[in-house]
Design a protein around this ligand. Sequence first.
Ligand code: AMP
Ligand code: MG
Length: 302
Amino acid sequence: MTAHATDRSGTADGTAEARALAREWTAPPTTSLRWTPGARLTGIDPRSTPGWEGGKAGATALVAAHAPELSELQERLFAEGRSGGSRSMLLVLQGLDTAGKGGIVRHVVGLVDPQGVMHRSFGVPTAEEKAHGYLWRIRNALPRPGYIGVFDRSHYEQVLVVRVEGLEPRAEWEAHYDEMNAFEAEVAASGTRIVKVALVISRDEQKARLAERLERPDKHWKYNPGDIDTRLRWDDYVAAYQDMLDRTSTEVAPWHVVPADRKWFARLAVSELLLDALRSFDLGWPEADFDVEAEKRRLAAT
Ligand code: AMP
Ligand code: MG
């Protein structure tokens, strides 16, 4: 990899306002939201805001106050990728229908330059995708160096909808947990930092959001009659999520469980998890691979 300038003086981090707002975290979200294998998913209150004491106004304000830093770190990552670096980020979003995956993409990922984002949503596999193993389309969508990859649903559907709907025999989907752990270990080793987020909504909140999609003509496009059939299997999905969290939370790719009945909290939580991951890269600006002074003289002479 190329050498990097160590001067971080240009970083937009640590404005006094952001620092003051961030004090409303009584425990960092990387800790308070990180899944502890064996914990009960049903024990998580979807309306709770673990670790956060700042309320809705504080949350909205902190997302805005951290946006410049998030955006600058993304640009540094992109610059590094352009300069021979191999690092990238991958945000994996899982959650039942209406959990707010799209809202996270719009309101959180939307804070950074879209040129540096590789977004992909995964629906029912196409005929071409079905002709390959389930990781084929996932591998093809992995972020290139310098990019932030965003998966709206992911390979995990293979142990969620596939399991619940019985689309594969048990012996097949049972094998996927270990396969996914091995796959993610390989992705992480290649320089991709993986941030996995499971958005958790309550049955009542999902009902209200589906009702809104039916009430409002501008939301009909988001409604899918099949969502009701999925909803009827609520307990099966909870069991599938529980096993996914327990069996695929690893050191290199832990799950974060984000209560999502309050959209403002989910957005705050994911923006903070992304920011933490980007900060951990300790990104500088790439050093010029040309003689800056010589170029200034050349330019002046024109
Ligand atoms: P949406 O996210 O609302 O666009 O819906 C996408 C749909 O694709 C959901 O119902 C998912 O359960 C479904 N889906 C995603 N991946 C798979 C998969 N591997 N096998 C079957 N269905 C899938
Ligand atoms: Mg849907």
